[in-house]
Write a protein that binds this ligand. Structure first.
Ligand code: ATP
Length: 299
């Protein structure tokens, strides 16, 4: 697996606003890499910098292990905001203009437009004017436009923003189809379920700080949590902290929340405390949802 994008020590200040504070990221080829964070966490700023639209305050990035050379840009298709197509021209004519702007080989343009319109499921609407398209269709045409010169990487910023549920489902399916053809996709989103549904890897950003980068499967591991209580909470905490059954312990008022591995059950926890000389007055199981984990991670 080769590295498609490497970001090192990236910082961006907008006057007094520190939008990015020391970002280090590696995106491997063939992944669907999600940048997840709430509004204002620095997602668009990150994409703007690596696409050469914004200058970083400090740090560097490298595409395809080939530095920041202009020639890399031809290998990247990007969709940062809903692009302006010509409203009175149909899908094919709009894409012809894009092909011209991208300097594509004229002899290959028509075949590629057909191919791309089929990928984004707009071939049957190829003769319709852009202004007659639904928002979801406009967004799919925009993705088609980004794919036109067959880039190795597709960069998408909030690709389903403003779409209805059907439009969202279509875009997500399209992203998966494109990924299945071996393309690397980098996608910024503030929606946890979007990242969860389409990505293989995730970077969580909060106020310009990378909080966590992991495989999505690792983030998806649902942690099992047990809430317990006893008359002597100090003794409870000390037993919990030295037990091999418990991976984390957090005390909130007179309850202790113990994170345990999936195979550990309530009876085993009860027995462990009893054998250590403590009788629990309360014990209940609670699973932490992915959403809880995300909220905990971003604080
Ligand atoms: P959103 O999803 O709302 O676009 P984001 O995660 O993409 O959020 P950015 O747009 O990168 O975040 O913004 C990061 C921070 O930088 C925010 O505090 C934002 O207000 C600030 N910011 C972004 N662009 C500018 C600018 N041109 N001038 C001043 N501050 C800016």
């Amino acid at each position: 697996m080769s590295t498609v994008l490497e970001i090192k020590g990236l910082k961006k200040n907008y006057k007094t606003v520190k939008a990015l504070k020391d970002l280090n990221v590696k995106v491997e080829s063939g992944t669907v890499f999600g940048i997840l964070g709430p509004n204002g966490s620095g997602k668009t700023t990150t994409l703007g910098i690596v696409l050469g639209i914004l200058n970083p305050t400090a740090g560097s990035y490298s595409w395809f292990e080939n530095g920041q050379k202009d020639e890399n840009r031809k290998r990247i298709g990007a969709l940062l905001e809903t692009p302006n197509f010509f409203p009175y021209l149909d899908a094919v004519k709009n894409l012809r203009i894009v092909a011209q702007v991208k300097g594509m080989d004229k002899t290959k343009v028509e075949a590629r437009i057909e191919e791309v319109l089929k990928i984004v499921n707009l071939w049957s609407r190829k003769d319709n004017k852009f202004k007659a398209f639904s928002l979801g269709m406009k967004q799919r045409l925009a993705i088609g436009s980004a794919l036109l010169n067959d880039p190795e990487v597709l960069v998408l910023d909030e690709p389903t923003n403003g779409l209805d549920p059907q439009g969202i489902a279509e875009i997500r399916r399209l992203i998966k189809d494109i990924a299945a053809k071996g393309k690397t996709i980098i996608i910024a989103s503030h929606q946890l379920d979007e990242i969860e549904k389409v990505c293989t890897d995730v970077l969580i950003l909060k106020e310009g700080v990378p909080i966590r980068q992991s495989k999505i499967d690792e983030l998806m591991v649902v942690k099992k949590e047990v809430a317990v209580s006893a008359d002597d909470m100090i003794k409870l905490q000390s037993i919990a902290e030295s037990s091999s059954l418990i991976t984390a312990c957090r005390i909130k008022e007179n309850l202790a929340f113990l994170e345990v591995n999936e195979e550990v059950n309530a009876a085993a926890i009860n027995k462990m405390f009893f054998e250590a000389g403590l009788v629990l007055t309360e014990l209940r199981l609670s699973k932490k949802s992915l959403e809880d984990q995300f909220l905990e991670i971003i604080g």
